[in-house]
Design a protein around this ligand. Structure first.
Ligand code: FES
Ligand code: FES
Length: 167
């Protein structure tokens, strides 16, 4: 049986060697946080980290990965949504429909790991994911919140909450 190293554990799978990594993650390992959008490496909804590098899992054959390759999906960031990027996303209400957001978050995590204080140009270069809901401005703001230490109140965005408060 073939093996993958996903979210810190070695997992068995059975699939054709040309099966996309995305389908093994979703259908065999039950990690459905990683989404299928376009299937042609354009949208980024399927982004996972492989050895820290953001990787579009819809176009990568599972056989290309060795058990020594460390794959991280959105489920592997934290058990409870407490990763700093996840917390900034929640604080700024970044997601709309949410479909693209796990891929967005994984791309942002990779960026911030490599460049803890990214410039706008760095963000533009790294965040090539597509969002049909148009969350791009809040994605940028959330990345800056993390870069500034996690204080969402300095993001310059007025967030209207369900209870009527704007913070
Ligand atoms: S589903 Fe992989 S890039 Fe769109
Ligand atoms: S939040 Fe809906 S597609 Fe991005």
């Amino acid at each position: 049986m073939a093996k993958l190293n996903v979210n810190g554990a070695v997992r068995d799978y059975e699939a054709e060697q040309d099966a996309p990594l995305l389908w093994v993650l979703r259908e065999q390992l039950g990690l459905t946080g990683t989404k299928y959008g376009c299937g042609v490496a354009e949208c980024g909804a399927c982004t996972v980290l492989v050895n820290g590098v953001p990787t579009r899992s819809c176009v990568r054959s599972v056989s290309a990965f060795k058990v020594t390759d460390k794959i991280v999906t959105i489920e592997g960031l934290s058990p409870d949504g407490s990763h700093p990027v996840q917390k900034a996303w929640a604080a700024l209400d970044v997601p709309q429909c949410g479909f693209c957001q796990s891929g967005m978050i994984m791309a942002a995590v990779a960026l911030l790991n490599e460049k803890p204080k990214p410039s706008d140009a760095d963000i533009d270069a790294a965040m090539t994911n597509i969002c049909r809901c148009g969350t791009y401005n809040r994605v940028r703001s959330a990345i800056k919140v993390v870069a500034d230490g996690g204080d969402a109140s300095r993001a310059g965005i007025g967030i209207e909450h369900a209870d009527g408060r704007t913070t």
